[in-house]
Design a protein around this ligand. Structure first.
Ligand code: 5GP
Length: 114
């Protein structure tokens, strides 16, 4: 599979502001934050989109969401509220085809989203 921008970050070929890392996941501050807290939670395994998930990926998705919960608490946005977003394909605004969960918070969020 072709290297993605996030693979290059995982492999330290390009720099990023890393907020968490373990064997399965890396979490980085978004380079173009849409809110005071904007973290990308990225599996090291390259899965292009949510559409490409298999049942075997279910624990990984659980880990991503659980990490989002922990980081939200650490960043102090748990009580006020935050948003977790997977953009899926171009129509939803996905630009990097390596699965990632946006953790966005620290300001009031509008609904419906743009
Ligand atoms: P998508 O639009 O695919 O859901 O989200 C991609 C996200 O990656 C965007 O929010 C964008 O700002 C972020 N991004 C793009 N390039 C870089 C980069 O080089 N470093 C970091 N940290 N974030 C990036």
């Amino acid at each position: 599979m072709a290297e993605t921008l996030f693979t290059k970050i995982i492999n330290r070929q390009i720099p990023a502001d890393i907020v968490f890392e373990d064997n399965d996941l890396i979490a980085i501050n978004d380079i173009n934050p849409q809110a005071p807290v904007h973290i990308l939670i990225i599996p090291k395994k390259v899965i292009p989109t949510i559409n490409d998930l298999t049942e075997a990926d279910m624990p990984l998705i659980g880990k991503m969401v659980f990490l989002a919960k922990k980081l939200a608490y650490e960043k102090g946005i748990s009580s006020d509220g935050y948003r977790l977003v997977y953009n899926v394909n171009e129509g939803a605004g996905q630009t990097i085809f390596h699965l990632h969960l946006h953790l966005i918070g620290g300001r009031k969020m509008n609904w419906p989203p743009g």
